[in-house]
Design a protein around this ligand. Structure first.
Ligand code: 7PJ
Length: 261
């Protein structure tokens, strides 16, 4: 899954793809790099960020999704928590709702159910504005699993069947760097849900904490972390550096399968 942010303040590629044309172009270049899903987001959820007005989010993401769909059959996800964005995205050809708030906003469960789209349920403790204020857990993995159980039930209640769901432990969303490392290491524990696992580690502060802020180092660290997550059972990797991640996965798959392809 390739990240295409259409926001002026996302920390890693903030502003670069703000224009519709540039965002569409980046998404299509990712398709050439063999991405399976492009993830289009119009609201920054970095620590400390405030929500953006619905109209702003719609103006940012809907034209981008529409134009990608006109030019490609690639699977498109929309990174949103806003019910009206979910509805409009579905109308212009989006395939997956990727909601860091796991459909907890008012009206989001019903909107997602109506669209019939797949949904990624991500764990977050708190809100982007406060989530990094000393996050703590008695039992990290258990607490995340309890959260998934509760959200899967909430989905079932509104008619979103299990076959439409993915789960994501939410790296950096109300977690310390040590929590993040523990989650990568123990990712297989989430296999108990028998749902696809999505992970987003790309260029996050835990990698920065290990390797420093140099962009090349961040890229290499992100590729390494994605690869390990994949070997630990991740099914979808949300990344900025598609070409490099795909290359590393091909090497890993050749080794695992003992064959070239
Ligand atoms: C994630 C996301 C993630 C899912 C962001 C960033 C912050 N969606 N949206 N998982 N992160 N599903 O890219 O650093 O980890 S925005």
């Amino acid at each position: 899954m390739g990240v295409v942010n259409v926001t002026p303040d996302s920390f890693s590629d903030g502003g670069r793809y703000l224009k519709v044309g540039a965002a569409v172009e980046r998404a299509l270049s990712m398709v050439k790099e063999n991405v399976d899903i492009v993830d289009i987001g119009g609201e920054s959820t970095r620590p400390g960020a405030n929500p953006v007005p619905q109209e702003t989010e719609i103006k940012r993401v809907i034209p981008v999704i529409q134009r990608i769909r006109e030019k490609s059959e690639v699977c498109i996800s929309v990174d949103t928590s806003t019910p009206e964005v979910m509805r409009q995205a579905a109308l212009v050809g989006c395939n997956i709702i990727n909601d860091v708030r796991s459909l907890t906003r008012e009206g989001a469960l019903d909107a997602a159910a109506e669209t019939g789209l797949a949904v990624c349920l991500m764990h977050m403790k708190g809100e982007p504005s406060n989530m990094q204020n000393n996050p703590s857990y008695e039992n990290l993995i258990e607490e995340i699993c309890d959260f998934f159980s509760e959200r899967i039930s909430a989905c079932k209640h509104v008619g979103i069947e299990r076959g439409r769901l993915l789960i994501d432990p939410g790296f950096g969303f109300g977690k310390t760097a040590i929590h993040n490392l523990e989650i990568i290491n123990r990712l297989r524990q989430f296999k108990c849900f028998d749902l696809p696992i999505l992970v987003g580690l790309s260029r996050k502060s835990t990698i920065r904490k290990i390797l420093g802020g140099n962009q090349e180092m961040l890229k290499m660290g992100s590729v390494a972390a994605a690869l390990i997550a994949s070997l630990n059972g991740a099914n979808v990797l949300r990344v900025h550096d598609v070409e490099e991640t795909v290359a590393s996965l091909r090497v890993a798959q050749s080794i695992v399968n003992e064959s070239f392809f």
